[in-house]
Design a protein around this ligand. Structure first.
Ligand code: SF4
Length: 166
């Protein structure tokens, strides 16, 4: 989803977004039912937790660096889910959130490759490319929308219907 913004090689070399602080379940992707089925078909032993109404991976113990790789991460090949990866993963470092009763699109500065881009370019990409699919996802899966984190800048707001960009 971010190919117009980042080279695929940049993500492949990094994969920072596929490893988590062992205590930060909040940061793991929301797993909607259709993706959960695909995960269990690939890795039946995967265990899920429910966080804020949506399923999340239960993480294993952290490594020496304090990080736990996602259970779907193959160290050599990347995400085992390929094009079926969770929407949160396809969207990251952008996030769809709920703020004052509206859906908003934000960006997390943890992704150094996106954070290095001109802010105007990030906003334009969010508005022109990501907002429509992100707001449609939020409408279809409201349980997967995170509460707003005030540390993240709001790039795009949805209208009252949660669909159109304002
Ligand atoms: S599901 Fe795939 S893309 Fe998402 S965090 Fe896990 S390995 Fe990375």
């Amino acid at each position: 989803m971010l190919r117009a913004l980042l080279r695929p090689e940049t993500c492949a070399e990094c994969r920072q977004c596929c490893a988590f602080d062992g205590y930060d379940v909040w940061d793991t992707p929301a797993i909607v039912p259709e993706v959960r089925e695909k995960i269990l078909a690939l890795r039946p032993e995967t265990v899920f937790l429910t966080v804020g109404g949506s399923a999340r991976f239960r993480l294993d113990r952290p490594d020496a660096d304090g990080l736990v790789p996602c259970p779907m991460l193959d160290a050599a090949a990347g995400c085992r889910l390929g094009a079926d990866k969770p929407f949160d993963c396809a969207l990251w470092p952008f996030r769809v959130m709920a703020l004052d009763g509206r859906i908003v699109l934000t960006v997390d500065s943890l992704c150094e490759a996106v954070a290095a881009l001109p802010f105007g370019e990030i906003v334009a990409f969010a508005r022109d490319t990501l907002a429509a699919p992100a707001f449609a996802y939020a409408a279809a899966h409201p349980e997967a929308v995170r509460p707003y984190d005030p540390q993240l800048p709001v790039l795009v707001w949805a209208d009252d219907a949660g669909k159109n960009i304002i």
